[in-house]
Design a binder for this molecule. Structure first.
Ligand code: NAD
Length: 286
C-alpha cells in the first residue's frame, strides 16, 4: 500500500508535500535510478539544486516515470555565482532546461551571501509570470530573513534550513511562523552524524513505537508541520522514511527529544567569516 503523504499550504496558496526526497551528494550517474526508485516508492517532492550538478538526471527520472507533472513538486536552487538580476534569470532558464521542465514548483536562493537581493528581485519577476509557483530561500538565519522580508515585496514561501533533533531551530521556527514562511528541514537525519542512529533516547522512543530511529526523527519534524526531505539511495530506506504517518509522538517523547538540542550546526557555521569567504568562492558548472 502506498503511503498517503499530507500536504501543507504555502503563503501564496500553493500546496507542497510535507515529506519529499533530497538528492544532495547523490552522484550524477546514480541520481536517475535513485529518483525513479523514490517516485516508485511514492515520493512526489524532489529537492535538487544547480550546485548538486544532478538536475539533468532528476529530469530524466521525472520523464521516465510518466507521472503527470501536476502530481509532482520539484524544487531547485540558485547558486551564489549566479545571483544578480540578469545572471539569475539565465541560471533559472538553464536549470529548467536541465530538468526538462517548463515550470518549477519552488525555486530557492541557496545561500544568504553575495547579491541575494538582486537574485530575489529577479525571482519575483518570473514567479509573477507563472514559471515558478513559489519562491523561497535556504540557510537564512533569522536576521537575514527579517531583513529580506522587510525590504522586498514577496515574503519567501519557504526557508530551507538545517534542522534535526540536535539542531532544533525553535527561534527560527517561531519567526517563520509569525511571517508565514514554511520551515523546511535539510539534513533531517543529521546526515547520520554525531552518533545519530545510535542515540539512546531516540532508540528508546523508537522501541516504544515499534519504529526506527530515522522514523522517530522524521516524525518529530512532520508532527510540527516542518517539511522534510531525507535522502537515501536504498529503496528499503526510502520506504522506511516515508512510513511516518501512522503514529504520533507523545508529549513526553517530544520533551525528551527537546533535551537533545545542542543549538549548533553539525555541518556548517553560517556566521563564521572564514566559512562565508570559502563558500563565496565555491563555483559549480551551473
Ligand atoms: P540526511 O539527514 O537526509 O541524511 C542522509 C544520510 O542518512 C544518507 O546518506 C543515508 O546514508 C542515511 N539514511 C537515510 N535514511 C536512513 C535510514 N532510514 N536509516 C539509516 N540511514 C539512513 O542528509 P542530507 O542528504 O544532507 O539532507 C537531505 C536533503 O536536504 C539533501 O539531499 C538535500 O536535498 C537537502 N540539503 C539542502 C542543503 C541546503 O543548503 N539547502 C544542505 C544539505 C542538504
Amino acid at each position: 500500500m502506498t503511503t498517503q503523504i499530507p500536504y501543507v499550504t504555502l503563503n501564496n496558496g500553493v500546496r507542497m508535500p510535507l515529506l519529499g526526497f533530497g538528492v544532495f551528494q547523490i552522484p550524477d550517474d546514480q541520481t536517475q535510478q535513485a529518483v525513479e526508485d523514490a517516485l516508485e516508492a511514492g515520493y512526489r517532492l524532489i529537492d535538487t539544486a544547480a550546485a548538486y550538478e544532478n538536475e539533468r538526471a532528476v529530469g530524466r527520472a521525472i520523464a521516465a516515470s510518466g507521472i503527470p507533472r501536476d502530481e509532482l513538486f520539484v524544487t531547485t536552487k540558485l547558486w551564489i555565482q549566479d545571483y544578480g538580476q540578469d545572471s539569475t534569470e539565465r541560471a533559472f532558464d538553464r536549470s529548467l532546461d536541465r530538468l526538462g521542465l517548463d515550470h518549477l514548483d519552488l525555486y530557492l536562493i541557496h545561500q544568504p551571501f553575495g547579491d541575494y537581493y538582486g537574485a530575489w528581485r529577479a525571482m519575483e519577476d518570473p514567479s509573477r509570470a507563472g514559471r515558478i509557483r513559489a519562491i523561497g530561500v535556504s540557510n537564512f538565519y533569522p536576521d537575514r530573513l527579517a531583513d529580506l522580508i522587510t525590504h522586498n515585496e514577496i515574503v519567501p514561501a519557504v526557508n530551507q534550513i538545517e534542522t534535526h533533533v540536535f539542531f532544533q531551530r525553535t527561534d527560527d521556527h517561531e519567526l517563520m511562523r509569525e511571517h508565514g514562511v514554511r520551515h523546511e528541514a535539510w539534513g533531517p537525519l543529521s546526515q547520520g552524524g554525531q552518533g545519530f542512529f545510535d542515540n539512546p533516547v531516540l532508540a528508546d522512543i523508537a522501541r516504544t513505537h515499534g519504529k526506527s530511529v530515522a522514523q522517530i526523527a522524521l516524525r518529530w519534524l512532520v508532527q510540527q508541520e516542518i517539511v522534510v526531505i531525507p535522502k537515501s539511495v536504498r529503496p528499503q530506506r526510502m520506504a522506511e522514511n516515508l512510513d511516518v504517518f501512522d503514529f504520533q509522538l507523545t508529549k513526553d517523547d517530544m520533551a525528551r527529544i527537546a533535551d537533545l538540542d545542542t543549538g549548533r550546526s553539525q555541518v556548517f557555521d553560517h556566521h563564521d567569516p572564514a566559512g562565508v569567504k570559502w563558500l563565496g568562492g565555491v563555483r559549480f558548472d551551473t
